[in-house]
Design a protein around this ligand. Structure first.
Ligand SMILES: Cc1cc2nc3c(=O)[nH]c(=O)nc-3n(C[C@H](O)[C@H](O)[C@H](O)COP(=O)(O)O)c2cc1C
Length: 198
């Protein structure tokens, strides 16, 4: 069995940062083993500590373990390209966020931003635990809302596949070629000192 490349051998930061940021990446090869509930709760615990506007904590996570009653509902939301590799995931998650403030019902302009912060916390905790955590936009949002009974005042944000790392050679060939930690734009391309000048 081959294993995933070590992200720290592939990725180099241009400025000093914690290694965990480089260790987090989005593999697709998973073993099909289940995920102990305690480990899943650690991931959600990390998400829970994300910052949010007025400490609103707008994020909500719906999930299904493989071989559980709701797995097929979650799995069938995925586009075929994601189903190919997600069949070996241990857990599928749907992230939703509350679009309005709980205290007054007014629109919250940063609900998606806050849910993204929670997602990244979850990803980093997963990387620290050597788990595969892979975010996905490739799923049917309308079906997700309908079949998972997401109310109108919640936004359907993204799905996440979680599992134990598997053998990349078990993936279809085109995905094997992509099973490597990616690089990033240089920091100079994403910042400007003062007004927008990209
Ligand atoms: C919100 C979101 C949606 C994504 N959707 C998909 C997807 O549908 N299918 C997929 O294979 N990867 C998906 N990805 C993974 C990205 O392609 C990946 O994060 C990006 O290429 C950077 O690579 P890295 O996460 O390995 O650093 C998604 C990631 C995010 C954050």
């Amino acid at each position: 069995m081959t294993s995933h490349p070590d992200p720290l051998q592939v990725r180099k930061a241009d400025h000093p940062i914690e290694e965990l940021f480089l260790r987090r990446w989005s593999p697709r090869a998973m073993s099909g083993e289940s995920l102990p509930e305690a480990q899943l709760l650690s991931l959600f615990e990390a998400a829970r500590w994300a910052p949010s506007t007025y400490n609103e904590q707008e994020w909500r996570f719906l999930y299904a373990h493989r071989d559980s009653k709701h797995w097929a509902t979650f799995f069938n939301l995925l586009l075929e390209a994601n189903q190919t590799w997600c069949r070996n995931a241990a857990v599928l998650v749907l992230v939703v966020s509350h679009k309005v403030f709980a205290r007054n019902g007014k629109p919250n302009p940063v609900h998606t931003f806050d849910a993204g912060a929670a997602f990244e916390n979850l990803c980093l905790q997963g990387a620290a635990m050597d788990l595969v955590v892979h975010g996905m936009a490739g799923f049917n949002r309308g079906n997700a809302r309908r079949e998972l009974k997401v109310p109108d005042d919640y936004e359907v944000e993204a799905m996440i596949a979680i599992g134990q790392a598997g053998d990349p050679e078990q993936l279809p060939e085109e995905l094997q070629a992509r099973e490597a930690p990616s690089g990033r734009k240089p920091v100079g391309e994403i910042i400007c000192d003062g007004p927008f000048s990209f």
